[in-house]
Structure formats: structure tokens, C-alpha cells
Design a binder for this molecule. Structure first.
Ligand code: FAD
Length: 374
């Protein structure tokens, strides 16, 4: 009989959804999360609607949060030349402040155990894992999920390849108030060295989040100069920042964002969400991928326990295969699009093609998204 005990490192989107999925199937689940809830996170806060059917199956109704319903995209190049289009699937505008806490409360209600501590190590010996934190004695588990996001000291401990590569991206996010900003619109405006997404959240606040290459940022020294001297060269961003009122005392920022290839299994840990691979944010699909990866992992874990002859090795292989089938081509497409956007000549050519054939844009967007998850 396989011992039922599951440890999840990280209580963000993928960790919380996996915890809910597994605990609803009567598994004892412990989530290790270093931060408390709620808190703001650097994110575009546009979540693809593809996740809605799956979450409903878990009795998670995002409509309870009254999200903004987004079905239109406005896209502009660095000069402000604009293309408007309808989004193929559309999405929801929800702050991470509300979404992560909502899932946390659902997880608590389904009996998930939370340990608020920083995981410092995960080791695997004799078919068991030991999770060590900065506060507690090691905990033992039969299965461990790595749901700790883009980058963690654990990646160094686990000797993951991408962690030693230089990653030259940073991101800044804040909430703003501005009258007349449509509820159903997500804007993606380019500037030299990056792009900025703007869309409404459930509170009516407009989330503004941009990704910039460190090389373009460093010349300007701080975010205020960078905003004034670079972002505001795009007339859409200039108009926005001139009229909008910031709602945060200080914007949030993160650096060292890596889009390098990662493994979906590492030292027998099933990696979820960004810990398995981060898609370029311009696609607006990272949250959906994180949630979908929680479903794929939960399903192979259920199979592992239902079937005595289904080995750990078989479970890992199936997870890796399913992960690749779902996400590899999206990641590739996200990569291609990001390279085009950040190359002024290519971006100009593509912008001209899209302006002449606007119906191409929704087709390109669908390539970075999945189908509704059933
Ligand atoms: C600039 C930017 C904009 C984005 N915009 C969008 C968007 O608009 N739409 C979209 O769909 N996606 C977007 N994404 C991607 C999206 O934010 C991620 O894909 C998603 O949050 C991944 O979820 P996750 O569960 O993997 O990680 P997270 O949600 O980041 O959760 C990881 C959790 O692990 C915890 N943790 C980390 N290390 C440890 C440790 N050692 N011990 C204990 N806890 C730990 C963290 O505190 C955190 O709560 C964006 C990403 C970036 C960088």
C-alpha cells in the first residue's frame, strides 16, 4: 500500500489549485508557503478564461470575485501605431491579492494544512522526500510538488541548469485609477526594450505591469526616469500616465526573470507552473498554464494511488509527456513573439502585416493559449 502524504512547496496559483484538487480526493496535503495571504504580486492580472470550467469542477467560481470581463485587445508598437482586435477566448481581470487569497481560503476549507515557512531544501531517499524549512524539523512525504514559482533558492539547491544563466529581465507593477478606462479591454503597449500591459481588476483599479530588459532599464537608473524617458515615448502610455492616479505608495518590482528552458521533473519532484517553465507574459497565459499543470499533476498522482502496479517512474514519465503536449508549443510561440516584439525592424514588418490583415492577430494569440480545460 502506497503511503498517502503530499507536500507542496509554494502556495501560489499552481500549488493552491493542486492542493484543492488532491484534498477534495481525500489526500492529506501540506502546503509550505513563505508569505502570508493576501499580498500583491507582480503580474499582469489577466487570466485566460480557459481555466474557468476546470475550476468550476473544483467548486471554485471566479465569478464570486466579480472580475472584469475582458474580450478586447489593443496593441501598439513603440511609436503608438495601434491594432484593435477581439480576443479569441477572452479573460478575467482579477488582482493576485484577491485571487490567491480566495484559493487559499478554499484550500483551508477543504482541509489543506499550511505551514508558513521558507523551504530551504528537498531531498529524496528510499522513495521518500524530506522537506526542510527555516523554522521546522524536516517533514516526510511520499510525493512532493514544486510550485514555488519562477525562481527560488531551491533551484540552486536542486542544481537546476537555468539558475546559473544570466537573465536580463525585470518587471514592475502598480495599480492606478483613471476614469473612462473600459472594463473589457486589455492593452499591450510596446516601448523600447519592453512592453506594458494594462487592464482592469475586480476593484475597478487598473493594473499596469511592464517587462523590460535590464540593458534598456539600467541607463535610466530608476523606475521613475525609465517611465518618463522610455515608456512615455509611446503616446498611449504617455496619455495614461499623465491622467492616471497611482494607488500604491510604491510600485512592486522583480528582477532576474528567466525564460530559459526548465525540467518538469527534477529529483523526482513534479514541477508545476513557473517552476516548470515560464511563458513570456505578453501571452497572458502563465496563470492558466500554472493552474492547468496543477490538474495534470493531480491526475497522475490519483492514478499512482489508484493502481498498485503504476510506478513512480511511470507517473513521472506520464506527467512529463502530458506537460510537453500541453505547453511546449505555447512556450515556443511566446518566445518567438517576444523576439519579434523586441526587434524594431521585425516588429515594424509584423505590425504592417497585422494592420493590413487584422484577423491574423487573434490567430497568433490562440497559439499562445490552450482550449478551455475540461
Ligand atoms: C511581469 C509578469 C507579468 C505577468 N502577467 C501575467 C498575466 O497577465 N496573465 C497570466 O496568465 N500570467 C502572467 N504572468 C505569469 C504568472 O504570473 C505566473 O505564470 C503564475 O503566477 C505562476 O504561478 P505559480 O503557481 O507557478 O507561481 P506563483 O504564483 O509565483 O507562486 C509561487 C509561490 O511559492 C512561494 N515560494 C517561493 N519559494 C518558496 C520557498 N522556498 N518556500 C516556500 N514558499 C515559496 C512564493 O511565495 C509564491 O507564493 C506574468 C508574469 C510576469 C513575470
Amino acid at each position: 500500500m502506497k503511503k498517502k502524504s503530499i507536500g507542496i512547496v509554494g502556495g501560489g496559483l499552481s500549488g493552491l489549485v493542486a492542493a484543492i484538487h488532491l484534498s477534495r480526493n481525500n489526500f492529506p496535503v501540506t502546503v509550505f508557503e513563505k508569505d502570508s495571504y493576501p499580498n500583491h504580486k507582480v503580474c499582469g492580472e489577466y487570466v485566460s478564461i480557459e481555466i474557468v470550467p476546470y475550476l468550476k469542477q473544483l467548486d471554485i467560481n471566479l465569478s464570486d470575485l466579480k472580475p472584469a470581463l475582458i474580450d478586447k485587445l489593443q496593441f501598439s508598437d513603440v511609436t503608438g501605431k495601434t491594432v484593435n482586435t477581439k480576443l479569441p477566448l477572452g479573460g478575467l481581470g482579477i488582482s493576485r491579492y484577491a485571487l490567491d487569497e480566495f484559493l487559499y481560503l478554499k484550500a483551508l476549507a477543504s482541509g489543506v494544512n499550511f505551514i508558513h515557512a521558507l523551504v530551504t531544501d528537498v531531498t529524496y531517499t528510499n522513495d521518500e522526500f524530506a522537506i526542510t524549512t527555516n523554522k521546522n524539523e524536516p517533514f516526510e512525504f511520499k510525493i512532493v510538488l514544486g510550485a514555488y514559482g519562477k525562481r527560488s533558492l531551491l533551484d540552486k539547491k536542486l542544481d537546476r541548469q537555468f539558475i546559473d544563466q544570466k537573465s536580463g529581465w525585470l518587471a514592475i507593477k502598480g495599480h492606478y485609477k483613471k476614469d473612462g478606462f473600459p472594463d473589457n479591454l486589455v492593452m499591450l503597449h510596446n516601448f523600447k526594450g519592453g512592453y506594458c500591459g494594462l487592464s482592469k481588476t475586480e476593484t475597478g483599479a487598473i493594473n499596469v505591469c511592464y517587462l523590460a530588459s535590464y540593458n534598456s532599464f539600467k541607463k535610466h537608473k530608476d523606475p521613475v526616469n525609465f517611465k518618463n524617458e522610455v515608456l512615455m515615448q509611446n503616446p498611449h502610455l504617455r496619455d495614461f500616465f499623465q491622467e492616471a492616479t497611482p494607488l500604491f505608495e510604491k510600485n512592486l518590482s522583480i528582477a532576474q526573470i528567466s525564460f530559459d528552458k526548465k525540467s518538469s521533473i527534477q529529483d523526482h519532484i513534479l514541477m508545476l507552473g513557473d517552476a516548470a517553465g515560464l511563458i513570456h507574459p505578453l501571452s497572458g497565459n502563465g496563470m492558466a498554464m500554472a493552474i492547468h499543470s496543477a490538474k495534470i499533476a493531480s491526475e497522475v498522482i490519483l492514478k499512482y494511488y489508484e493502481n498498485e502496479t503504476y510506478t513512480r517512474e511511470a507517473m513521472e514519465k506520464e506527467y512529463e509527456k502530458n506537460w510537453k503536449e500541453q505547453f511546449s508549443s505555447r512556450l515556443r510561440m511566446g518566445n518567438i513573439l517576444q523576439n519579434i516584439l523586441l526587434n524594431p525592424q521585425l516588429s515594424n514588418i509584423v505590425q504592417k502585416i497585422i494592420s493590413s490583415f487584422p484577423s491574423l492577430l487573434p490567430k497568433i494569440i490562440s497559439k499562445t493559449h490552450g482550449n478551455p480545460i475540461l
